[in-house]
Design a binder for this molecule. Sequence first.
Ligand code: GLY
Length: 357
Amino acid sequence: MAYLRGFTLTYPLLWLTTSTITRCAADTGNSPGLPMVINTWGGPFTAATDAAYLALLESETSALDAVEIGCSTCEANQCDGSVGYGGSPDENCETTLDAMIMDGTTMKSGAVAALRRIKDAISVARAVLEHTTHTLLAGDFATDFAIANGFVAQNLTTEASAASCAQWKAGGCQPNYRINVTPDPAQSCGPYAPTSLNSSSSSAAAAYQSRGSPEGHDTISMIALHSSGVMAAGTSTNGAGRKVPGRVGDGPITGSGSYVDGDVGGCGATGDGDIMMRFLPCYQAVENLRLGMSPQSAAEDAVRRMLRKYPDVQSGIVVVDNEGAHGGAGSGWTFTYAYRGGGMGETVVVSVPPIAG
Ligand code: GLY
């Protein structure tokens, strides 16, 4: 299937017409059967689950198509404000998008980072996958690539995102992500200049992480299993609100935002990407499956590896093996994931309590 421009008038209606039921993690794990779709978060994100699952029931829809349809649904609906246009404005009040999509057969992935002025991030990521031999395009050059491939440039700022950013500036730009700069970023909007650091001093490590993460991060990450067993995965997000312009999160990083190897299974992530991308938790989780762990254990191990170094990290990962058995783990918040497969008439949302740091 080519890119899905034009579908947005129909799929957003799905979340008004389908229902969900919620379960706790202990009720889940077994495969509902194929085809199957599984993704981070319930609530508005279940429209994406439903759109991708219903598309997979059509014989001509591939696993890659399903991931693109699902993530595009979230981009069009703006899900909870963390995906698509008009969310998470940066210090300059601009929304930029990160996305990736991966084929579990070829292990090829395509991604865009800090994409400007284009709404269809997951579809541009797919164009990178299908029309280049690269993996990741960034910033204005990713925009140029998108336009050359037929995507339309638009302003991603909405009245709501502009107002929210103006309020943040009026409040002295608090909180923000700056550290080790002058003037004091806890009291100033800058412009900032770096302060000197001695990386061999015993206090240097604390200085690198002294202010924490100012805002939560949510993301759609999705894995699709075609009835043939072919798998694909993808991620789309507008990243972290109030980010330093140019910041790229975990979303477009293969093995961090999501990862899939159809020989084994797949994984999707959400949370504080600045920390999570240092651990490639989805790569870790899929390799854990390869070593014989259950999806639940694979997810918990990947989260614990982050907690060992960052006890306060907000994270969530969902893991599914190549037969549809699934599990999830998170830290710092109650994470939810959604799935629909086999002959299920509605999406199920699983609530995952946080692992303690
Ligand atoms: N997980 C989304 C981000 O931190 O960019």
